[in-house]
Design a protein around this ligand. Structure first.
Ligand code: FAD
Ligand code: UQ1
Length: 415
């Protein structure tokens, strides 16, 4: 039977970052990561892949190459977590026991909850930046656009990177202008939300942009069916149950419904909805003190992003370090509490970004001492040229814990 002092579930952004940090804290031989996928993807670049500005190949590296050397990679899928016995069962029937557990399983995409999907992706004119299988289909649909409606959806669930469903709209608009096809296009953003973006400061800028560029935003419209053979998308009006609208499309970008990891939902570690039930200050599990969580799988009340994972990785490192040093069950400490930091680089064209950064209170928490609600070229270069390096060489090696310390430096002497 396998046993590890530190068992990490999931080898995505949070899982690899924490395994690198745990290796430093307790030695590689004490750490194992359970991850079934051969490939690790830098998902934030898929926005640019869907718009033809980056290749899909550039988004992936082998899981073997990102696994910290000496850390055990268990190449299987977590089926069940039993925190009362301190064990995890995988799909090949193996039981692994642990002293400490970090859950970093990400979230689940649910294309199948839209009638006609995922089969509809076999037709052209439809794509989705949210999975490696469908991201290049977005770029195909955009390149083959002749004339008609370009339709972009946002589901009626929490999502990761809540800006991504509209970033691809701005890029598509820019592409159609560049290729002289914009006058033949009607661009429609149908969102389930009652707002364009959750934080007012950035929403105000985005409303200006959609007005200027003649992008039609319809609130409270939820995609429920795709008839890909007929190029029709069916939306329900969430404020008038039963009222549906059929929209013909020349291009459709789908953001799928999302939900908690099926390995957590319904189990002892889940909250009522199914997310990992952790303390919002320390990231320690609320009922099992030797269990911790990071990233999209948790119920932390902030937006689910890689930038949030970066900030959380520094906090969680501190929480676990305190726990190991003092042996205390309760990891609360006033010196390191997660403030909910998250960030969403809103790509608004092929050379501009609005860099949204905010905290648990929905208050802007900007790194740079300039107004980040303005579209800026500098921020585009940060997103496209700097972030990938920060991800592969900083975050994944446990060396990047978010911009917090730099924000304080950059704002020195200012208020
Ligand atoms: P993930 O990185 O998704 O990792 C979860 C891992 O768990 C995966 O490797 C998966 O294979 C594994 N797993 C799943 N189930 C099991 C199981 N049963 N057993 C074992 N392993 C399992 N963030 C930003 O900060 N900025 C951006 O600009 C940005 N843009 C984005 C654009 C798109 C199109 C998308 C899709 C995401 C974007 N994000 C962005 C979000 C960011 O990628 C995620 O928030 C981040 O990767 C979350 O990390 P995680 O470790 O929680 O989950
Ligand atoms: C970030 O830290 C991060 O993780 C590496 C991202 O994911 C790709 C981001 O998109 C952003 C914006 C940050 C925050 C970093 C800075 C320098 C503001």
């Amino acid at each position: 039977k396998q046993h590890y002092k530190m068992l990490v579930l999931g080898g995505g952004s949070g899982g690899i970052a924490m395994s690198a940090r745990m290796k430093r804290m307790m030695g590689a031989e004490n750490v194992a990561v359970v991850e079934p996928s051969e490939m690790h993807y830098y998902q934030p670049i898929w926005t640019l892949v869907g718009a033809g500005a980056k290749t899909a190949a550039s988004s992936g590296r082998s899981t073997a190459s990102v696994m910290p050397s000496g850390v055990k990679w268990v190449k299987s899928k977590v089926e069940e977590i039993n925190p009362d016995a301190n064990t995890v069962r995988t799909d090949d029937g193996t039981e692994i026991s642990y002293e400490y557990l970090i859950v970093a399983l990400g979230l689940q995409l649910h294309y199948e909850r839209i009638k006609g999907l995922p089969d509809g992706f076999e037709h052209p004119k439809i794509g989705s930046n949210y999975s490696i299988q469908t991201v290049e289909k977005t770029w195909n649909a955009l390149q083959n656009f002749k004339g008609g409606n370009a339709v972009f959806s946002f589901p009626n669930t929490p999502v990761k990177c809540a800006g991504a469903p509209q970033k691809i709209m701005y890029l598509s608009d820019a592409y159609l202008r560049k290729t002289g096809k914009r006058s033949k296009a009607k661009i429609i953003y149908n969102t389930s939300l009652p707002v364009l973006f959750g934080i007012k400061k950035y929403a105000d800028s985005l409303w200006e942009i959609v007005k200027q560029r003649d992008l039609q935003v319809n609130l409270r419209q939820n995609l429920i069916e795709v008839r890909a053979d007929k190029q029709e998308a069916v939306f329900e009006n969430l404020d008038k149950p039963g009222e549906t609208t059929v929209v013909e499309y020349e291009m459709l970008h789908v953001t799928p419904p999302m939900g908690p990891s099926l390995a957590i939902k319904g189990g002892p570690l889940a909250d009522e909805v199914g997310w990992l039930d952790v303390d919002r200050d320390t990231l320690q599990h609320k009922r099992y003190p030797n269990v911790f969580g990071i990233g999209d799988c948790t119920n932390l009340p902030t937006a689910k992003t890689g930038a949030a994972v970066a900030a959380q990785s520094a906090i969680l490192n501190r929480t676990i370090s305190l726990r190991l040093q003092t042996g205390a069950c309760n990891c609360s400490s006033s010196s390191s509490q997660y403030d909910g930091y998250t960030s969403c680089p809103l790509v608004t064209s092929y050379n501009t970004v609005i860099l949204a950064e905010f905290d648990y209170n929905g208050q802007p928490l900007e790194t740079f001492p300039i107004n980040q609600a303005k579209e800026r070229r500098l921020m585009y270069h940060m997103k496209v040229d700097l972030m990938p390096h920060l991800y592969w060489h900083g975050l994944l090696r446990g060396l990047w814990g978010g911009p917090g310390p730099y924000r304080k430096l950059l704002h020195l002497g200012m208020k």
